[in-house]
Ligand binder design. Structure first.
Ligand code: FE
Length: 340
């Protein structure tokens, strides 16, 4: 064979081999601030379906955002996922997300659960958990009740600086205005059983222990205890009642978990595929059955006894980007109210 022919042939072989090699190496770099162990199966299933391997970096959202910023144009991150609307909005404000045009995402995710740049994939409700011995359910029917005179010394909550509480107050600002929201925060602080400490599960346990009468908690923490096989968790649950607050008014406050594609994503095609996968029936069911959240996509059938037992409720349909918009003001109000 003549040398130039051999070279041409070698090039052809290389060209044919390249796509195959490339296909094998398809990867998605996922920066995740979701901290739920049950998500492993969610990612493994994506790889099984698409052949795309997921390299996952898990850390706190601020660390991840800092990292993406520092990595700049060379960031390997394709998708950023986290919990809480305000955190997603923060990534958005930093200009990190690229708009994603996707028919399946637009069709499946309701418009109040997405912005141009990010999508909610699951929802969680901020419910009230009360001690059945010391509190009457009719006294804890709304967030407003938490600030009323009947619950003096009864309320437990995590820090006001936590995004779950910032988003709750952000919703109250949107519904009632700044002044009423501040009056509410001050009223709740005046009713605290103790200074805020710990996470939502700690508040639930404090209610069961009788340290407080009522606590604010995300729904999935309670559902997790409901499904626990540990006898001590069963005992906690037996003592408690759950209230969907504000059913006569705006509905229970809803927060989200979601994500978006990064502007600098090196694997854009895989990133969109992954986001679309998260909105698929299968992944949506996983959020419900695995982590006790509700699917963002309406009509997805779930198989979770705890969620079924909690039953139906009226959810606040405030667009989640509004929560993000009010988060900074919410923090100022908590500071003024002394909700540390
Ligand atoms: Fe959480």
């Amino acid at each position: 064979m003549k040398p130039h022919l051999r070279t041409a042939l070698a090039c052809l072989v290389a060209a044919l081999a390249a796509p195959a090699l490339h296909a094998q190496e398809k990867t998605l770099n996922l920066y995740s601030a979701r901290h739920y162990q049950t998500d492993e199966a969610l990612y493994a299933n994506f790889t099984k379906q698409t052949g795309i391997k997921i390299n996952r970096i898990e850390a706190k959202e601020d660390e991840l955002l800092e990292r993406i910023k520092n990595e700049g144009a060379h960031s390997p991150a394709d998708v950023f996922i986290t919990v809480d609307a305000a955190r997603l909005a923060k990534a958005d404000e930093l200009g990190l997300f690229a708009p994603v045009k996707s028919k399946p995402l637009e069709e499946r995710i309701p418009s109040h659960l997405r912005s141009d740049d990010w999508f909610a994939f699951s929802t969680r409700a901020r419910v009230l958990i009360y001690n059945k011995e010391s509190i009457k359910p009719e006294d804890v029917k709304s967030y407003e009740d938490l600030a009323g005179p009947k619950l003096k010394g009864q309320v437990c909550s995590r820090s006001g600086a936590h995004p779950y509480n910032l988003s709750l107050l952000a919703s109250l600002i949107a519904h009632h205005g700044e002044q009423k929201a501040e009056d509410w925060a001050k009223g709740v602080v005046a009713n605290f059983a103790r200074a805020p400490k710990g996470g939502d599960t700690d508040q639930i346990k404090a209610v069961a222990a009788g340290e407080c009468g009522v606590a604010i908690s995300n729904s999935y923490y309670f559902a997790r205890l409901m499904r626990s096989s540990k006898p001590e968790d069963r005992k906690v649950v037996e003592k408690l009642g759950v209230v969907w607050p504000n059913q006569q008014t705006q509905g229970v406050h809803i927060n989200i978990s979601g994500g978006g594609m990064l502007k600098t994503a090196p694997n854009k095609e895989a990133a969109v595929k992954f986001l679309e996968y998260l909105a698929s029936d299968e992944a949506q069911r996983h959020f419900a059955d695995g982590n006790n959240e509700w699917p963002a996509v309406p009509g997805v059938k779930t198989d979770n006894p705890a969620l079924a037992a909690l039953g139906d409720f009226k959810a606040d349909t405030l667009p989640v980007p509004t929560l993000a918009k009010n988060a900074t003001l919410a923090q100022k109000i908590y500071d003024r109210a002394g909700w540390k």
